[in-house]
Design a protein around this ligand. Structure first.
Ligand SMILES: NC(=O)c1ccc[n+]([C@@H]2O[C@H](COP(=O)([O-])OP(=O)(O)OC[C@H]3O[C@@H](n4cnc5c(N)ncnc54)[C@H](O)[C@@H]3O)[C@@H](O)[C@H]2O)c1
Length: 334
């Protein structure tokens, strides 16, 4: 197969590209490198069937050329992360809505199947206090004056567009709502991204600095290893029942952010204090956080044989090993 991965220089996209190339497929990455890492592309050039184009998904000509030559698209390119959304609204909203519309329209035109990466953010303020979040649940997006909801709205609009193209123009599309995907990252951008809580906690713990928990730490999150995400999305693209459907792609690794900080302390043997910081101090006034955000996996499990392999301890151990490897290589280079 000949795959196009938009956003393929990013975290999830580069892992997906490596996986598909290992299977012997052809992979073409289209990425504007805004948060993606050229190093991710460089590593993939060892595969014979790999090529890449540095271009924007809002560029009609570039996207058309790429889609006209592929069999399937994994559409992962997006402006990602709450902080980025709050600081760069135009970039985020136009990329996520206009760029995605471009991809969907051209894929419908060339009769190419699409996987669309959506996000658990679309659930908005629905907390699933007593139950887990399920695909048919209502979404509860906050006021438009609160900029963080722009990301959720843009991803919800992508889902509406995908569904409309499917129903009106016979586009084969599968939608996955990802919940906190974690795993090895090579991108310096991502390692320094404040939004990535696990690498941030590990860095603070290893340096003996206070581990900074945003909010009171009682918020519950679930973390999914990127390997499990790739198994899920590639399997979903292979079953006809998934077409036109939305799936939670997550895991049962639910943990409070406070407990996560404790686990990081334990696993690193750190004596760091755990410090709580009000959200407003990090994101400005009017920031709204969600108490619980964990997926109901009934739908995905009844569609594909999905059983996430990585538990929280494995995820943290891998992240610590990665941190130590990075530090080792920095020292060696120095
Ligand atoms: N990582 C997560 O926890 C998570 C959670 C929910 C949803 N998602 C979704 O998964 C997808 C991949 O996320 P990721 O974590 O790998 O993020 P990432 O930032 O590493 O990857 C996104 C990629 O898209 C590229 N990109 C951004 N704007 C672009 C544009 N206008 N044109 C072309 N390329 C552009 C970036 O350069 C980057 O390489 C995104 O759609 C994101 O919304 C991720």
């Amino acid at each position: 197969m000949n795959y196009l991965i938009t956003g393929g220089a990013g975290f999830i996209g580069s892992h997906l590209a490596a996986y598909l190339l290992e299977q012997g497929h052809q992979v073409h990455i289209l990425d504007n490198l805004s948060t993606g890492d050229p190093e991710n592309i460089r590593k993939l050039t060892r595969y014979q069937h790999f090529r890449s184009t540095v271009a924007d998904i809002r560029d009609v000509e570039a996207v058309e050329q790429a889609i006209a030559r592929c069999d399937q698209v994994y559409h992962l390119a997006a402006s990602v992360g709450v902080k980025k959304v709050m600081e760069q609204g135009v970039e985020t909203l136009t990329t996520n809505v206009l760029g995605t519309e471009n991809v969907l329209r051209l894929a419908a035109h060339y009769r190419v199947k699409v996987f669309l990466a959506s996000s658990s953010e679309v659930y908005g303020k629905v907390q699933g206090e007593d139950s887990l979040l399920s695909e048919a649940d209502d979404c509860l997006i906050g006021a438009t004056s609160k900029k963080r909801w722009g990301y959720a709205c843009s991803k919800a609009m992508d889902e509406f567009l995908a569904k409309a193209y499917q129903e009106e123009q016979n586009l084969d599309v599968v939608i996955g709502r990802f919940f906190n995907v974690v795993g090895a990252v090579t991108s310096a951008n991502q390692k320094n991204d404040n939004g990535k809580v696990i690498p941030r906690f590990i860095d603070q713990a290893m340096k003996g600095e206070p581990i900074r928990v945003y909010g009171d730490g009682s918020q519950l999150r679930s973390f999914t290893h990127v390997t499990d995400v790739i198994q899920a999305v590639t399997a979903l693209m292979n079953v006809p029942e998934a077409v036109g459907e939305v799936f939670n792609v997550g895991s049962e690794n639910e943990v409070s952010i406070r407990d996560l900080a404790e686990k990081v302390k334990q696993i690193t043997g750190s004596s760091s204090q755990i410090q709580t910081i009000p959200f407003e101090q990090i994101y400005g006034s009017g920031f709204e956080d969600i108490g619980r955000r964990s997926p109901d996996l009934t739908k995905i499990k009844s569609t594909i044989p999905y059983k996430p392999q990585f538990d929280m301890d494995q995820i943290l151990q891998e992240a610590v090993n990665e941190y130590l490897r990075d530090k080792g290589s920095t020292k060696a280079a120095g």
